[in-house]
Design a protein around this ligand. Sequence first.
Ligand code: GRF
Length: 198
Amino acid sequence: MLRVLVMVSGGGTNLQAIIDRVADGSIKNAELVGVISNNYGVKSLERADKAGIPNRVVSPKDFPDRESFNKALLEAVDSYSPDLVVLAGFLVVIPPAMIDKYENRIINIHPSLIPSFCGTGFYGLKVHEAALARGVKISGATVHFVDKGTDTGPIIIQKPVEVKEGDTPEVLQRRIMEEAEWKILPEAINMIASKKND
Ligand code: GRF
């Protein structure tokens, strides 16, 4: 069984999609061993509790500097002994030491077709604002491995989504979640889990 740790910052609809696909058997050979949030009081934590997944908050607000936060974050990750770390809307820069330690074992979901609308500053609604401002007719989502760059790691799965006349950033964001993110993130986990032999 692949031990999967999910890292979140907010609502956790991607986390919920993963929970649901493990529960209905679409993701095989994987167990959700933990959820880490960098924010207190977010819906993701309720979702984890409801699904009986151990969870904890590691907030930068509880540490005097970035270095001590990064150390605590890596310790928290290690405590779950994960085979795979899934960044599902996790808005904190991953410490380089964690990327070294978990090379090829961290994946991220990004709400555009990389290499469009990605990199520093492209997160949340900003991605969709930029896509609409450019007037693209197709956007989508990408699951990729995490390396030391921002959205630069090897691509695992991409799924296109139509941009429609009159879309607002919020409407486009929701369509990309429903039609792409909630599908390809569980699919990528299932692909990786299927390659694990025990
Ligand atoms: C998603 O759009 C994800 O692609 C982005 O942040 C959002 C997280 O949403 N990076 P949720 O917390 O999974 O609902």
